[in-house]
Design a protein around this ligand. Structure first.
Ligand code: B12
Ligand code: SF4
Length: 514
């Protein structure tokens, strides 16, 4: 048993992190940039500081689809370039100067996005800002943009380019998420640097979620995102076309509609590939669905348990099974060889200082292969933000620190410093050798691969930095991914033949979740 005060017994050592993972590359104020090239669009995913407590590998797992999704609607007469500042290749290009720069903005990297926007605008490029932060804080974004894209870029981007060509650019473009999702083109993944990601196949099959938790960005004021699904065959075609063995579904909740997930699994099954996805724990209501997921190649799920307190979950308005039943449900996933990466939010109003020890203990007892932690963060324009503000508990509006690694509000039963210390402690505990060993799979044949993956993911931040820096993420991981895929294919053949699951748990690609 872990003593409830263990996280606070001693100060924690600060974990090493290279400077270029915490500081954005400099923009030279004295450089005038190159001449503007007409019909050249540069799309930027801005830099954000990494948290040394978590795995640096997370950032090279799979790319965001924010930019590639709407890049697919660019007319052929335009040249498009993609630049992700987090791949450590320096600042985005500026010779020649793009005629338009599209930047995706999240609150954690809003400051960097504005810096980039101001720099390019001052040198003749038109700047379009879009993404989650534009949805929640349009007034803050507007002074840094020639135009704002509020909502679905897939609908807006061609309109914006058309208006640019005719010199009729408007200040704000608005699109909802209510159209038929099957009409969207496939994201333009060919723009992505393949060596830099464990897999470039970030797939998205659905948008939205049947829940609306008060802390989730889906509850942002004005955002209407009904649950929308792509045709399973479209998803299969994209998976095949990207020619990678492993895909990560970046859906908010791939399990919201069980009938849909059943048909998606049926379509994915013949591919003999592997994948992971975020789902809510209620998918285990139907064990036949879990079996179908395993048969279709699911090696891991990312589950937002959020909290082990029913009171916290009720406060957040999350419709979910009782926490007392979580352990049984985790076993159902494990029984089908599906690894569980549990996501936990710390600092809810019913959390006291023992929450860290209790959560760590539960994770170890139930052998969750991986866990991701978030300090409760009131995202602007959500019900949680309004509540915290009304109670006078929001400490500041420095969005850079709204990265779920910092306490930005006054918790009820501890100080913000204690919340941050508990957060750092729980990561250190779960990434320790002893904890990794305690959570090893029961099947001894699966242990070597589990250990290799866990060490690589959780204990190799120096190595990750080098891999990212030298464009080696994909070449180094590929053999491990392929081994896991082959093992999984053998496993599911046995499963299909009716062998008792758990006999040869297939091992995992990576314990990460997005
Ligand atoms: C992939 C992903 C990641 C990847 C890559 C992140 C990156 N920025 O490169 C990794 C794993 C590294 C990651 C890390 C983190 N993430 Co993340 N991540 C996602 C995830 C699962 C998918 C993003 C995506 O591709 N969405 C699909 C695209 C198509 O949708 P979209 O981004 O909204 O883009 C559309 C529109 O907004 C618009 N648009 C967007 N940009 C632009 C730009 C222009 C010019 C135009 C015209 C239109 C436009 O058009 C697009 C098409 O409709 C989302 C959840 C989700 N399903 O969205 C979380 C999410 C974005 N992540 C989140 C968080 C909190 C984090 C972390 C801070 C978590 C942590 N503690 O580690 C870190 C750090 C990243 C950071 N500081 O921002 C939150 C953000 C909450 C918020 N309000 O900002 C989300 C929403 C998850 C959640 N439910 O809370 N993440
Ligand atoms: S279940 Fe997850 S994705 Fe759905 S609303 Fe809640 S936090 Fe958001």
């Amino acid at each position: 048993m872990i003593a409830p005060d263990e996280p606070f017994l001693r100060p924690l050592s600060t974990r090493w992190i290279p400077r270029e993972m915490t500081t954005a590359p400099a923009l030279d104020p004295g450089d005038a940039g190159g001449p503007v090239e007409s019909r050249y669009a540069l799309l930027i995913n801005p830099f954000y500081a990494k948290d040394a407590n978590a795995s640096l590998g997370k950032h090279a797992l799979t790319p965001t689809l924010a930019l590639t999704s709407f890049a697919a609607t660019t007319p052929e007469s335009w040249r498009v370039q993609y630049w992700d500042e987090n791949l450590l290749d320096g600042r985005p290009p500026f010779r020649p100067m793009p005629s338009v720069v599209g930047i995706t903005v999240h609150l954690t990297f809003a400051r960097r996005a504005y810096e980039l926007a101001d720099w390019y605008r001052a040198r003749g490029a038109k700047v379009i800002l879009g993404g989650l932060h534009v949805l929640s804080c349009p007034d803050e974004c507007a002074p840094h943009a020639d135009a704002l894209a509020w909502g679905d870029g897939v609908q807006l981007w061609p309109r914006i380019l058309r208006d640019l060509e005719t010199n009729q650019l408007q200040a704000c473009y608005v699109a909802t998420y209510e159209n038929d999702y099957c009409d969207d083109p496939s994201p333009r993944r060919a723009l992505l640097p393949r060596r830099n990601f464990l897999t470039t196949t970030s797939l998205i099959a659905t948008r939205g979620c049947h829940n609306r938790c008060g802390f989730c960005y889906l509850a942002t004021d004005g955002l209407r995102m009904p649950y929308r699904m792509r045709h399973p065959q479209q998803v299969v075609d994209e998976f095949k076309a990207d020619d990678q063995p492993y895909a990560v579904f970046i859906d908010n909740n791939l399990g919201s509609r069980r009938d849909y997930l059943h048909s998606l699994c049926a379509a994915l099954r013949p591919l003999d590939k592997i994948w992971s996805a975020a789902v809510t724990i209620d998918v285990t209501d139907d064990p036949s669905l879990i079996r179908n997921m395993a048969l279709a190649g699911c090696t891991g799920v990312f589950i937002g348990f959020e909290s082990l307190s029913d009171h916290n979950l009720a406060d957040a308005h999350k419709k979910t099974p009782k926490t007392g039943d979580y352990a049984r449900r985790v076993r159902i996933l494990h029984d089908y060889g599906i690894q569980v990466n549990g996501s936990f939010v710390l600092g809810f109003d019913h959390d006291r200082k023992d929450v860290f020890a209790r959560t760590a203990e539960w994770i170890e007892e139930n052998r969750l292969e991986c866990a991701t932690f978030h300090i409760l963060t009131p995202y602007p324009a959500t019900p949680l933000f309004r509540q915290m503000e009304a109670e006078g508990r929001v400490l500041h509006r420095d969005w850079t620190l709204y990265d779920t690694a910092h306490a930005v509000f006054q918790p009820k039963h501890m100080t913000p410093q204690e919340l941050e210390q508990g957060y750092a402690w729980i990561y250190q505990r779960l990434f320790s050798r002893a904890s990794i060993w305690r959570r090893r799979p029961e099947d001894w044949q699966a242990i070597p691969l589990y250990l290799a993956m866990s060490y690589l993911y959780k204990r190799s931040n120096r190595f990750w930095h080098l891999l990212i820096k030298h464009d080696l993420v994909n070449p180094v991981w590929k053999p491990l991914v392929e081994m896991t895929r082959l093992r999984h294919v053998r496993y599911r053949r046995k499963l299909a033949e009716g062998e008792v699951p758990n006999a040869a748990a297939p091992g995992q690609v990576v314990s990460a979740g997005v």
